[in-house]
Design a protein around this ligand. Sequence first.
Ligand SMILES: [Zn+2]
Length: 490
Amino acid sequence: MIPPELIDRIRDSTDIVEVISRYVSLKPTGKGFKGLCPFHQEKTPSFTVNADRQFFHCFGCKAGGNAFHFVMRAESLTFIEAVKELAQRAGIALPEAGTPANQAQDTQRRQLLEVTAWAAGRFQEALRRPGISEPAKAYLQRRGLSTEVAEAFALGYAPDGWDNLLKAARRDQYSEGLLEKAGLIVPRKEGGGFYDRFRQRLMFPIRDLQGRVVAFGGRVLDAGEPKYLNSPETPLFKKGELLYGLDLARESARRRNRLVLVEGYMDVIACHAFGFSEAVASLGTALTPAQANLIRRFSEKVLLLYDADEAGVQASLRAFEVLNREGCLVQVVALPGAKDPDEFLRAQGAAAFQSLLDQPQTMVEFVFTHLAGREKLDRLEGKVTVLKALAPIVSQMASPVERSLSVQWIAGRLQLDERTVLQELGRQKRPPLPPTFGETRESAPEEPAAVLPEEQGLLSALLKRPGLVEKFRERLQPDFFSQDLHRRAV
Ligand SMILES: [Zn+2]
């Protein structure tokens, strides 16, 4: 906790004009200063700073507040982080976190950050050294990655051998205990001692929002397994809370008002190498709510570019769900003829990629297209399967307009009327009603579910001509029908 009087002191020691001048070119006007707003796109300045009252206000996008608010917004920081930032600039010392346990934790964090940065330096050095790094360099060359890109992502190389890093640590006086805690070495199963976790791998440092290395991903350079080896979770690294590349992508994401979410390290690097610096990856896990929240801090609009296989489609659906809950607007980009963005960019180049990003699909269109390839959409069965898959997507949409447009679109594609689609979607996924104040807890009588006209037609045909039942017995599944009565009839 930072005491309120200290926060006041930090504010009083800060000049908002000086703070904002580092981001915006300000021109003096009658009462204060004016400039182009950093928070929305504009050609004539509507962003004003009042030096007397120490606040800013934009007449275009209505952003406004004091110096803390400006730094929070400009740097995507929490309030406490912004206070710390301005305290440091004003040269005001903040009290150390209270208890001895907290202090011990802070010390350990500092030491872990130091040893992790040191290890990243050793890996980078090994990649630059001629001779031993040939396998890694050959790999980067095959992938068409320049030295500049390798440097921007601080790529490195863990050479072959069991104790390269261990030996260097001894020389530079880092303890084995610290290296083990940082996930860099592993205890031997027999006979005591340790060995290097990362051997003969291309190293991808994983950095936090401030650009500090907190963990590593290592890729094999031959046919070995696992293909990617990540640092274990450490006090610095919770993999569900970080996004790979976000430290480099945050500014572009804010400027372009969109964030591109891909699956792998190489996809992020390829995107950046081709000028799409708003790309990040979720570190090989299903997207977590914490990651979705982080994304929302930088961009409302998210483009999903997951791999084109079945697993990628499933991962897209999960990502769609968590991102929607954080209030993101999610769209999908399918990459024709490539398994991932890395492959697509190398084969077809930036212009082709750009035009795909400019025409993203809605999630409904994406899943529909995916299913259309294997379902017979002119049959009742196919229509019901597709509606079943689309129901949860439509019901998750926060915007009623988006939902209504989706229903129209689906109805058109399935050649059904909108009312039928709505009824079927409602039947597939009925969101639980929130309890209202004063409502009694008795259960409401169950509403009769809607019936598809096709279903009714099929059923009446079966009832009129019992011979058909025999003929189709094999192919009729009870869950084919929406209502119990119909299922029992079958
Ligand atoms: Zn503005």
